[in-house]
Design a protein around this ligand. Structure first.
Ligand SMILES: Nc1ncnc2c1ncn2[C@@H]1O[C@H](COP(=O)(O)OP(=O)(O)OP(=O)(O)O)[C@@H](O)[C@H]1O
Ligand SMILES: [Mg+2]
Ligand SMILES: [Mg+2]
Length: 567
């Protein structure tokens, strides 16, 4: 009798092993992933191992130095330990050549977070392997970003309520979470979740190949981005893990087909969980739609397995849900065709058609006249709020779908005075006016250094595709209110952002054929303006051509989408 372990909260759907044909398709999948550069070389892999070994020694040195500073004896300081753990794509074994290593440094209770940013920082800076270092102590999860021996590393730190951190320590015991502050809990969460996911899949190798494929697919189809309301890396990993639990003996190729089928038929908002949600020793919130209204609002909940369980997909909106479901449906049809030899794996990884799909787009431009750092902060903040604009837009009666694109586009221009800057901002973001920008110097990575003393205008552009209801002819759509609310939300994020001389925010409405060239890759053909026979019918969905400036919503005419609502 076969006493196979049951993974997950239900038994498997099928325990069938692979057929010869499935094995062949699986080999082809691996070949395709190789072609897509999903895997790194052996040399890169061994370099990562070497670097991690050094980082472990540095973590030990770090704890030792802090312990000595606290007047511990040499023996005690050595025994205080210190251990590194990884999380993210490297830990899951699905990283690509350019991936970072997400690394957690676990320290004993007498080591403070300040020490991480002073003592460890100093140790790192003394190393010849260090190429770049950027500490961000005030981040939600305080972090030191480094480049070390050519590898990007995100270093975070967690302090446990223990006097010593031995090499044998694992983080699975939830009692380790007692007496920790929120920042330490957050830092530990990444490793605890990835470790659990790996424990909860029947065959890690099958899981990894399937997850590599899903990550590539989701990126190509533009549905991989937690900030914009799509699943992020951890959520995709858990979704794949659940399918692996349901088909414990299947190949990765079969997992992919079942992934699309099961998740498109899923009875959302029923949550995807990898094990029963646990209660625990802390006064912290655990995902529970029976208690919390907020949790009931999650549209496609995917719940992390490690205590305290959280929803990794709380950002999904009604629109992004529809987009995800469409892509899952599409995934069924493509993989069915692959299984009947009508298509190949490369068809599954074909590029999205976002910039050909909608008739109307909103161009959200966050711009900064200031330093690189000011630009990064402002554009990052605006980026993180775009999802809220999507929520407001999709709630409007005439809008069927507000679909955010997953990658912002970056541009920077040199300018000399206000008039020039205004001209740049007025003309950027649409095809018909982009020619006017040719007289301005575009700042690139190559010329960035030589242009460092020039005044620069940075522009980060995010796109939202709009599917509007053209049938309701009389119904006009007014996006002033959501746009104004969005402006206020961003402006009021902190006092500094209220300065219009440094920070500006512009929303333009553009038609598909007028999208700027930057959104199309070389070799892609631009859409052209069609002479539509249905012109009359479409008219109802046309919006006023008049530019509107950011104004109190009371003065908005309430009749149309502003072509340019400008802050
Ligand atoms: N802005 C953030 N806020 C909170 N946690 C984050 C943030 N960015 C990353 N993380 C955490 O770090 C983990 C790893 O993130 P990372 O961006 O390195 O992606 P990844 O899945 O490792 O993929 P890649 O191969 O691109 O590195 C995430 O799964 C998440 O737990
Ligand atoms: Mg990573
Ligand atoms: Mg990272």
């Amino acid at each position: 009798m076969n006493y196979q372990k049951v993974y997950g909260i239900t038994g498997p759907v099928s325990t069938a092993g692979p057929t010869a044909a499935e094995n062949k398709l699986n080999d082809e999948l691996i070949q395709e992933l190789k072609k897509e550069s999903s895997f790194e070389s052996e040399q890169e892999a061994s370099n990562r191992i070497k670097v991690l070994k050094i980082l472990q020694e540095l973590a030990h040195e770090f704890v030792y130095r802090v312990s000595k500073k606290k007047n511990m004896s040499d023996g005690m300081a050595k025994d205080a330990g210190g251990k590194i753990f990884t999380f993210g794509s490297y830990r899951l074994g699905v990283h690509g050549p350019g991936s970072d290593i997400d690394t957690l440094v676990v320290v004993p209770k007498h080591v403070m977070r300040e020490d991480f940013f002073t003592v460890l920082d100093e140790i790192l800076r003394s190393r010849p392997e260090l190429e770049e270092i950027a500490p961000v102590p005030d981040a939600f999860v305080p972090i030191i970003k480094i480049k070390f021996s050519g590898i990007s590393i995100d270093l975070i730190c967690a302090k446990l309520d223990l006097a010593q951190i031995p090499q044998s320590l694992t983080l699975s015991d939830k009692n380790l979470l007692r007496n920790l502050d929120e920042k330490d809990l957050r830092a530990l969460n990444g490793t605890r979740v990835t470790d659990e996911i790996l424990e909860l899949v029947p065959k890690p190798i099958v899981f990894r190949i399937a997850l590599r494929a899903i990550k590539l697919w989701a990126n190509r189809r533009a549905i991989y981005a937690n900030v914009f309301g799509f699943p992020g890396g951890v959520a995709w990993a858990m979704l794949v893990a659940r399918i692996c639990q349901l088909y414990p003996n299947a190949t990765s190729a079969v997992i992919l087909n079942r992934f699309f089928k099961i998740l498109s038929e899923w009875k959302w908002p029923q949550p995807v969980v990898l094990k029963p949600i646990e209660d625990g020793p802390l006064q912290v919130r655990v995902w529970n739609p029976k208690i919390y209204a907020q949790d009931r609002s999650h549209r496609m909940p995917v719940i992390t397995p490690a205590y305290p369980s959280m929803c990794a997909t709380h950002n999904i909106t009604e629109s992004t849900k529809k987009v995800i479901l469409q892509e899952l449906e599409n995934g069924i049809s493509v993989t069915n065709d692959i299984f009947s030899n009508k298509k190949t794996w490369s068809d599954l990884f074909s590029k999205h058609n976002f910039f050909y799909k909608y008739k109307f787009y909103l161009t959200v431009m966050a711009s900064t006249r200031g330093t690189d750092e000011e630009n990064l902060k402002w554009s990052g903040m605006v980026e993180s709020k775009v999802r809220l604009l999507v929520l407001k837009l999709e709630a409007l009666p005439g809008i069927k779908l507000a679909h955010p694109f997953i990658k912002p586009f970056e541009a920077a221009f040199a300018y000399s005075d206000e008039t020039e800057c205004k001209e740049i901002l007025d003309n950027y973001g649409s095809f018909k006016t982009e020619e006017q920008l040719s007289k301005y110097k575009r700042i690139t990575e190559e010329n960035g250094q030589e242009a460092k003393d020039e005044k620069k205008c940075y522009i980060t552009t995010m796109y939202i595709g709009l599917d509007v209801n053209v049938e309701e002819k009389k119904e006009k759509i007014d996006i002033h209110v959501p746009c104004n609310e969005f402006f206020n939300l961003c402006r009021n994020f902190n006092e500094e952002y209220q300065n219009p001389d440094v920070y500006s925010l512009i929303i333009k409405y553009v038609k598909q054929y007028d999208l700027p060239s930057e959104v199309y890759e070389p070799g892609e053909t631009r859409p052209v303006k069609k002479k539509s026979k249905r012109r009359k019918q479409d008219k109802s969905a046309e919006f006023s051509k008049k530019a509107k400036s950011e104004a109190p919503s009371g003065t908005s005419q309430g009749s149309s989408i502003a072509e340019a609502t400008q802050a």
